[in-house]
Design a protein around this ligand. Structure first.
Ligand code: ADP
Length: 444
């Protein structure tokens, strides 16, 4: 049994993990940069260790500092959260080498899914449909051009090591293919240290639908239903819903079980998300995230399952406490990502939060690390809070969301609250009528 967890993260996700640990009676160690000395996650943890200066590379991403902090504080496990070191297979391997538990999958599964070409091949072999495209990496421009011609334009050139909405180039026709292909390879080499690229059919009007899974080391795996994350900007999610309004209960059940079987066969351990594009009634796999995701709370509120708690328990060697038949879906949930960004220009905003007032009442959950007077430093991801709303159905959920957004006050910095207010009142959003391009088309 895990007794003490070092949380290798900051902000709302560090607080979220802390809460799961406290509920389990597990001691917590926070790490922080010098910029975060007064942060909420540091205040709430049992202990804290400063791991370096503000720049992430020198603190939250500094592997020797993070592992040393775990060793000196006597932690027996490290939870990486999301972002930072969460999908770094070298880190997870080193954590194990130091006799500590990495709360996440095995290092080889992180590496496998971190390479999107391998991920697609693996799940295609395990029987899941994937987005049509090249069979593996394309290394020769002439062969790539021939393949793109056969596939039909537009074609997406994707970096095998891409992530965070980066590492994709669209070729709309034969004329711009060669340039797009060469730029994609060059940029991928610089950004991800891996210049391998592959081709995918660029889907015109898909929805982004993803399935949450969790499995234990005994090969038991279940799915917790899906989330619709189609409202995106620059391929990054802004608003998520569970469940999706386009999948029927029968389709969800049979497809979800198929996914759980594939994950069980793989011997995957812990939580993960399989992402798909949905078009014309079909789901096509694009990638798997091997960590807890930002949007996990909407699944928690409709299933009543504390996913982070389950994640810690299976990492500690416990058997999954749930079987597929125990999992029920109640009502509808929506999450709005509250980023510290200008809601029209999307320029990040840093500063001191004043007049902080958090919404409440039936069906409202706010995951954040904000408090009146807290600092939002300029060095980190702009996600500062998540507003999660739950109700019996989608219509009531939208009404509660409208109320909660109206109550939410965060002064002193710019946030995406004004954008969410527009979305919650938009007739197409209300009708559930959107795809991955909707948000950018309507609110450039
Ligand atoms: P990342 O790891 O950067 O998040 P993904 O492969 O998950 O990359 O893709 C992110 C988003 O990009 C998707 O949610 C979708 O909006 C868009 N996208 C990815 N692949 C395609 C495709 N083949 N056609 C159209 N849009 C795509």
């Amino acid at each position: 049994m895990i007794k003490k967890v070092l949380i290798a993260n900051r902000g709302e996700i560090a607080v979220r993990i802390l809460r799961a640990c406290k509920d389990l009676g597990i001691q917590t160690v926070a790490i922080h940069s010098t910029a975060d000395a007064d942060a909420m996650h540091v205040r709430l943890a049992d202990e804290s260790v400063c791991v370096g200066p503000p720049q992430p590379r020198e603190s939250y991403l500094n592997i020797p500092s993070v592992i040393s902090a775990a060793c000196v504080s006597g932690a027996d496990a490290i939870h990486p959260g999301f972002g930072f070191l969460s999908e770094n297979s070298t880190f997870s391997h080193m954590v194990n080498e130091h006799g500590l538990i990495f709360i996440g999958p095995k290092a080889d599964h992180i590496a496998m899914m971190g390479d999107k070409i391998m991920a697609k091949k693996t799940f295609s072999r395990l029987g899941l449909p994937t987005v049509p495209g090249s069979d593996g990496a394309v290394t020769n421009v002439n062969k790539a051009l021939k393949m793109a011609d056969e596939m039909g334009y537009p074609v997406l050139i994707k970096a095998a090591g891409g992530g965070g909405g980066r590492g994709m180039k669209i070729a709309y026709s034969k004329l711009d293919f060669v340039e797009a292909y060469e730029t994609a390879g060059r940029e991928a080499g610089i950004s991800f240290g891996n210049d391998r690229v592959y081709l995918e059919k660029y889907m015109a009007n898909p929805r982004h639908i993803e399935f949450q899974i969790i499995s234990d080391k005994f090969g038991n795996a279940v799915h917790l239903g899906e989330r619709d994350c189609s409202l995106q900007r620059r391929n990054q999610k802004v608003w998520e819903e569970a469940l999706s309004s386009v999948l029927s209960p029968e389709f969800r059940d049979s497809f979800g079980r198929k996914i759980a079987r594939a994950v069980g066969k793989l011997g995957y351990l812990g939580v993960g998300t399989l992402e798909f594009l949905y078009e014309n009634g079909e789901l096509y796999f694009i990638e798997m995230n091997t960590r807890i995701q930002v949007e996990h709370p909407i699944t928690e509120v409709i299933t009543g399952i504390d996913i982070v708690r389950e994640q810690i328990l299976v990492a500690g060697g416990n058997k999954l406490s749930l079987s597929q038949g125990d999992i029920n879906f109640n009502g509808h949930a929506i999450e709005c990502r509250i980023n510290a960004e200008n809601s029209e220009t999307f320029i990040p905003s840093a500063g001191t939060v004043i007049n902080y007032h958090c919404p409440g009442g039936p069906g409202i959950r706010v995951d954040s690390a904000l408090y009146d007077g807290c600092k939002v430093p300029p060095y980190y991801d702009s996600l500062i809070a998540k507003l999660i709303v739950h109700a019996n159905d989608r219509e009531q959920c939208l009404a509660r969301l409208r109320r909660a957004l109206g109550e939410y006050v965060i002064d002193g910095i710019d946030t995406l609250i004004p954008l969410h207010l527009k979305l919650v009142n938009n007739p197409d959003v209300i009708a559930g009528n959107f795809d991955i391009h909707f948000l950018e088309k309507v609110y450039k």
